[in-house]
Design a protein around this ligand. Structure first.
Ligand code: ATP
Ligand code: MN
Length: 464
């Protein structure tokens, strides 16, 4: 008999029909005469209840129906008597496809996230992680749909890069050299001429530079791919391997860029509210009771826009009034997450787009303001998260860009191709990077970024 997914089964009304479902046992309870099995197949957070009359089944087989076991069930679709579900299955045939012993690591309810991270291969089977990863999928779909509908082209930038000046963070080196027998030149430097690419290469920290090539040809592009940062930041918001969405648009200035970021992120949140109702309700109940309220709030309100300089004034006033920050506040400081969250959560109580940062704390390619001190950067700051998006208008003038590169002594020898964008038909353009997992953190209400990617990579941790 053909299998019905539980998500479809729960919407059916053709009582009396013969159906087949397959899935994993969440719980089994019952009496001497009847067993109730809650079965889940991952298609929805909801379980289907299977009712098994004990006398109709082999007692030894029934004993194998433990939490985590995999079953194939055939039976009759009936209207449910119990609360909380409309249909259930009166079983006629049960086959145990896979037994599950008492050493199943997801046996108990209410295990800590820390514990579940150590069993990340099995945590996927829990309600919480099922909800998180169904939402993660939905966000990926929303992202592609938003950009496709707005005339952006999905543009794939390389994962392996030879440019060591992407500027966003420490890089992981890629090599096929024998690390036990490294050929060195007379200065003791490693000779890469016999390496796979004939030079040093790394995993990308951002697709932006190549994205700019795409935008200045196709008009509007976005990337959506893995990014790698070898920064030793053990925080609930940093991964060594994460996914980033980077739109880049020709002829957009910083205001257009802010409008795009705000519209895009609201679209994604609205998509979740419209398409992930059951999972969000579960997370709202189990993880964060203010989640739905927060999501609705973001969709319904304009983001606050203000300059870095004004933001610093607000933070300095807060310090004067006795607010204690762990890190100091002064003009020129790279804001810490606690500063960003103060502005968002305590001061404005709204998402904030902070603009015009000091050039010293931002990347070389950002467009300089007339004051010569600040650049046209924009970071979108969110409640619970802090920075969720970082972007800017790009410096389109070849001379100004070169001046900045020289000022910072950035090694540009492998970057001639990037500079060519400014040499041949340069144009104003802007873009930003959204950390996919930071978006998922926001949308799910989860607290730790390690719990919104199936298999997290962090310092000293690359299992599974
Ligand atoms: P942060 O200050 O939080 O470390 P960043 O300034 O290094 O971030 P950008 O280089 O601007 O970040 O990258 C763009 C976006 O990518 C960020 O706004 C954030 O959403 C995301 N991001 C950056 N680093 C990480 C990381 N290590 N793990 C997960 N997401 C990240
Ligand atoms: Mn940033």
């Amino acid at each position: 008999m053909k299998r019905t997914k539980i998500i479809d089964l729960l919407n059916r009304k053709d009582f009396g029909a013969e159906v087949c479902v397959k899935g994993w046992v969440r719980t089994r309870r019952g009496s001497k005469s009847v067993n109730f099995i809650a079965l889940n197949d991952g298609s929805t957070i909801k379980n289907v209840q299977v009712v098994a009359d004990v006398e109709k089944f082999d007692a030894e087989m029934l004993k194998l129906i433990t939490t985590g076991a995999c079953l194939s069930v055939e039976g009759t679709l009936v209207e449910s008597q119990g609360a909380g579900q409309s249909v259930e299955i009166q079983a006629t045939k049960i086959e145990v496809l896979g037994t599950c012993g008492a050493d199943y690591p997801m046996q108990k309810k209410g295990q800590s996230f820390e514990y579940m991270r150590q069993h990340a291969h099995m945590r996927l089977r829990t309600n919480t992680f099922g909800a998180v990863f169904r939402i993660r999928h939905n966000m990926a779909i929303a992202i592609h749909k938003y950009f496709h509908d707005h005339g952006f082209f999905y543009f794939n930038t390389p994962i392996i890069t030879a440019s060591d000046c992407e500027g966003a963070g420490q890089m992981f080196q890629v090599t096929t050299k024998n690390l036990y027998d490294l050929k060195k030149d007379k200065d003791g430097k490693i000779d890469y001429s016999d390496d796979f690419f004939g030079k040093t290469t790394s995993l990308t920290v951002s697709g932006q530079l190549e994205g700019e090539l795409g935008a200045t040809a196709l008009g509007a592009i976005y990337t959506f791919g893995p990014t790698f940062r070898a920064e030793n930041s053990n925080t609930p918001r940093h991964l060594a391997e994460f996914w980033m969405i980077e739109p880049e648009v020709a002829f957009n200035d910083i205001t257009d860029n802010m409008d795009l970021a705000e519209d895009f992120i609201k679209y994604c949140v609205r998509w979740a509210l419209d398409n992930c109702k059951d999972d969000l309700e579960f997370l709202n109940k189990m993880i964060d009771k203010t989640l739905l309220e927060r999501l609705n709030f973001v969709v319904d309100h304009d983001f606050v826009r203000l300059t870095y300089t004004d933001g610093i004034k607000i933070l300095e006033d807060a310090v004067k009034q006795g607010h204690k920050f762990e890190f100091p506040v002064y003009w020129g400081v790279d804001l810490a997450s606690e500063h960003e969250r103060y502005l968002v959560e305590q001061h404005f109580k709204k998402p904030v787009i902070l603009t015009d940062y000091p050039k010293e704390i931002k990347a070389f390619y950002m467009k300089m303001n007339d004051d010569g001190k600040t650049v046209r950067a924009m970071d979108v700051l969110f409640p619970q998260i802090g920075e969720i998006i970082g972007g800017s208008e790009r410096e389109e003038s070849y001379d100004k860009l070169m001046a900045r590169i020289n000022e910072l002594s950035i090694p540009m020898k492998d970057m001639w191709w990037y500079l060519d964008t400014r040499k041949f038909g340069t144009c104003p353009h802007s873009g930003f990077g959204l950390g996919f997992e930071r978006l998922i953190l926001f949308v799910t209400g989860m607290q730790n970024i390690r719990d919104v990617i199936p298999f997290p990579r962090t310092p000293k941790s690359a299992d599974f």
